[in-house]
Write a protein that binds this ligand. Structure first.
Ligand code: ADP
Length: 154
């Protein structure tokens, strides 16, 4: 099973869509391994968006992402990284496919409701950045026997 980091962004928080966004992941069958509300500060934003530090829109991302607290989630499942990226849709919400979170709920490139780690390697680093070991939970989820076939569960 893989783990990935999701952030429910300030636009979703402000619009009262945090539950809707979370429920999309839950309904898909992803397991919540960790959840917390957090106010992103400059140091965390610089680390999280280091790949965009030289982009002209970097200051506006930092302003936007710190406008309200966000909800950080660590979600678990088979190929969770790829599955969550697909559920989110492409970065620009106007171009995101209907059926995706961004495609159904957003109109903006920046205010696109949700962050999801973009690779297995990034996910490991991002989960570790946002969650301490003791904030992540392994617990029985009997429904797993119906979510996956026996040969998929490993
Ligand atoms: P994604 O979140 O889809 O993986 P990126 O890692 O490229 O996309 O960008 C991180 C976030 O920065 C995006 O989700 C979006 O909020 C913001 N962003 C990306 N590109 C732009 C842009 N051209 N203008 C404004 N904001 C942007």
């Amino acid at each position: 099973m893989e783990r990935t980091l999701i952030l429910i962004k300030p636009d979703a928080m402000a619009r009262g869509l945090a539950g809707t966004v979370l429920s999309r992941f839950e309904a898909k069958g992803l397991k919540i391994a960790g959840v917390k509300m957090i106010q992103l500060d400059e140091a965390l934003l610089k680390a999280h968006y280091s790949h965009l530090a030289d982009k002209p829109f970097f200051p506006t991302i930092c302003e936007f992402m710190s406008r309200t607290p966000v909800i950080a989630l660590c979600l678990e499942g088979l190929e969770a990284v790829e599955v969550c990226r697909s559920l989110c849709g492409v970065t620009n919400s106007r171009k995101a496919a209907p059926g995706t979170i961004r495609g159904d709920l957003g109109m903006s490139m920046q205010a696109n409701l949700v962050h999801a780690s973009d690779s297995v390697e990034t996910a490991k680093a991002e989960v570790a950045r946002f969650f301490k070991d003791e904030e992540l939970f392994g617990y029985e989820q009997p429904v797993i026997n119906f979510l996956y076939a026996s040969d998929e569960r490993g």
